[in-house]
Write a protein that binds this ligand. Structure first.
Ligand SMILES: [Mg+2]
Length: 262
């Protein structure tokens, strides 16, 4: 990303971050995508960078992920941040507070078994059972991806349960409760201190992030994407490394880093 891309639409004084909240997707935004979800690498300096950014925005820094919050905590330990997990199935509005779960209907065990049986027919497909949802990752089986997608879609349609939805992300399918998404979860989070009343910046890279992109304007906030342009979103980072660099500059209060907020 070059400097020309570092323009910012949020109307903030360059030295006043007290009106800003930063909301970050994790995989593909903060961290590079790995062959399997468990193989992602967290750069050693990243937790400290995030801690400093949190300090600069008065605590209004949150992770917004499809992963369970316990996994996010493990990645960034000892840092704990306010977080949305499972696309909204879990929420922890206060870093040291409890995880509010029970927001999702549990996925029917018999249908889970059906999905696991489909996955077992394809070598390289990784099943991630989050309890309240099930994800099938086929990054390691790209040639069989179409077959997996087709079979899962057919099974999902035959199941005909309107309380759930089938999400298609980057080499992943996920069946989750339809009553929330990253957008509704971000709306909820924005009602809690210190987020409420601030202008959020949400950075994300995948289709499921579009729900959160869509609510930014309601909070006078800004959406930024990673890896590609999304419809209606001007600003984007080329890669997670650029997001991390931007956060570093923000954390250090380098003039150039703050300039993007002018
Ligand atoms: Mg992502």
């Amino acid at each position: 990303m070059n400097r020309r891309d570092w323009k910012f639409l949020v109307p903030l004084d360059s030295r006043d971050l007290s009106r800003l909240a930063i909301l970050l997707d994790v995989d593909g935004t903060l961290l590079d995508i790995a062959p399997t979800p468990q193989q992602v690498q967290v750069p050693g300096s990243l937790p400290q960078t995030l801690a400093r950014v949190r300090g600069r925005v008065g605590g209004a820094l949150a992770l917004v992920s499809g992963r369970p919050i316990a996994e996010l905590d493990a990645f960034f330990a000892p840092l704990r941040l306010p977080a949305i997990g499972g696309h909204g199935a879990e929420m922890r509005p206060v870093a040291d507070g409890a995880i509010l779960d029970g927001r999702a209907l549990p996925l029917d065990p018999a249908f889970k078994q059906r999905l696991k049986a489909i996955a077992a027919g394809y070598s390289g497909v990784v099943v991630e059972d989050k309890g309240y949802s099930l994800a099938l990752h086929y990054r390691q089986a790209p040639k069989q991806g179409l077959g997996v997608v087709h079979e899962v879609k057919r099974a999902f349609d035959a199941w005909a349960n309107n309380s759930f939805e089938l999400l298609a992300g980057k080499a992943v399918l996920e069946i989750k409760f339809a009553g929330f998404n990253k957008g509704t979860a971000v709306r909820d989070l924005m009602t809690y201190s210190p987020f409420s009343g601030r202008a959020p910046i949400f950075i994300g890279d995948d289709r499921t992030d579009e729900d959160a992109f869509a609510v930014m304007s309601d909070f006078n906030g800004q959406a930024m994407s990673v890896g590609r342009k999304f419809p209606g979103i001007e600003d984007y980072f080329n890669a997670p490394a650029d997001v991390r660099r931007w956060l570093e500059r923000l954390s250090e209060g380098q003039p150039e880093g703050l300039a993007v907020l002018s």
